[in-house]
Design a protein around this ligand. Structure first.
Ligand SMILES: [Zn+2]
Ligand SMILES: [Zn+2]
Ligand SMILES: [Zn+2]
Length: 350
């Protein structure tokens, strides 16, 4: 028996079934006065080409390489990679104690430009142009799978100076890592546990539940569903879930790739209209590890984590109790979803 959730007026905890961690929800705190930091609204007035941008076609990068005159997407090895492929392999622990533990980590860090245009964003690109970006992601996943030591491919985009993006040129990062990243380890453990207990997929079941309940649904089509998840931590966080049980981007059929392009365009346009600015966020995909056998538990999805809370100028910080205790949010996922849903209902694609 499902009962309607009745804790929306009082503080409560919600479980994130993907990570097994709790989020504290404090809807009553929204009424408190704000005397904290106010971010200046970012007015972006960019030209389509910036001679000083290291991502624009034809320009020089650090280290002397020059970008080709690319006309669609373009991928290159990061000139300042966080991970390196050619390093000595170190032992797992010193053996003297249990608190000094280190393991060598090999990896490949690439940068993927979405477009030659310096002034575009996913929200301002056409569905066809975003489809080319998805094809680039899939090609990269397949290429990194051929590297003997790569076990996971993490694709992510940091959008906006507020998220630490150093360059407004539309681009993402693609990291092939030797070990599974922390978030992926947590999710894989939960997805496996759920599959074993229920003989069905956690995200298939969750997408079906949210479609039926509709209160956290932002929009959906035949290929993807977008929700503010029940356990969302960031104010306008969304989860994009494939409507079909596919383990990774590479297994998306052409119709699924097109659906994903439409979905990415629509949610980013919706975000831009929420506070009337080019919306900052970190987003990325979670999918099955590469070259590790079959993973019936994995279900392709993407997370959008935007930091803005109440306007273009008020952002959420993860500090205090959240760093030392449990992440906490004020605005409920249901009210965030209602605002996004209302905006998305007015937005068409192209
Ligand atoms: Zn540029
Ligand atoms: Zn599934
Ligand atoms: Zn995930």
């Amino acid at each position: 028996m499902e009962s309607d959730f009745s804790l929306n007026g009082v503080s409560h905890r919600r479980l994130n079934p993907l990570t097994g961690e709790w989020v504290l929800v404090s809807p009553q705190r929204l009424a408190r006065p704000w005397q904290g930091q106010v971010e200046a609204p970012v007015t972006e007035n960019l030209s389509s080409y910036d001679p000083s941008c290291y991502l624009c076609p034809g320009n020089a990068r650090a280290g002397g390489a020059h970008n080709p005159q690319y006309s669609s997407t373009f991928v290159f090895d990061n000139d300042f990679p966080a991970l390196q492929a050619q390093i000595p392999r170190a032992s797992e622990r010193s053996g003297e104690n249990d608190f000094i533990v280190e393991v060598s980590e090999r990896g490949i860090c690439r940068v993927g430009c979405f477009s030659p245009r310096h002034d575009l964003t996913l929200a301002r690109m056409s569905v066809c142009e975003i489809e080319a970006v998805i094809e680039m992601w899939i090609a990269q996943c397949k290429d990194l799978d051929t590297k003997e030591f790569v076990h996971y491919v993490q694709i992510f985009e940091n959008r906006g100076a507020m998220m630490g993006a150093s360059n407004p040129h539309p681009h993402c990062q693609i990291w092939g890592t030797e070990s599974l990243p922390n978030e992926v380890v947590k999710e894989q453990r939960s997805l496996k546990k759920y599959l074993k207990a229920h003989r069905s997929c956690l995200l298939c079941d969750y997408a079906e539940y949210e479609t039926r309940k509709a209160e956290r649904l932002v929009f959906r089509d035949n290929q993807f569903i977008v929700v503010v998840p029940f356990w969302a931590f960031w104010p306008f966080e969304t989860l994009i879930i494939s409507q079909h049980h596919v383990p990774d981007l590479a297994n998306l059929q052409p119709i699924g790739r097109r659906g994903l392009a439409r979905t990415l365009q629509r949610i980013t346009r919706c975000y831009d209209q929420l506070f009337n600015l080019s919306f900052p966020y970190s987003m990325g995909f979670h999918q099955q590890p590469v070259k590790e056998g079959s993973h019936p538990e994995w279900h392709l999805h993407a997370h959008f984590y935007p930091p803005l809370l109440r306007s273009a100028s008020i952002r959420k910080f993860m500090v205090g109790f959240e760093m030392l205790g449990t992440p906490q949010r004020d605005i409920t996922p249901e009210s965030a979803a209602a605002r996004l849903r209302e905006i998305c209902s007015r937005i068409g694609g192209d």
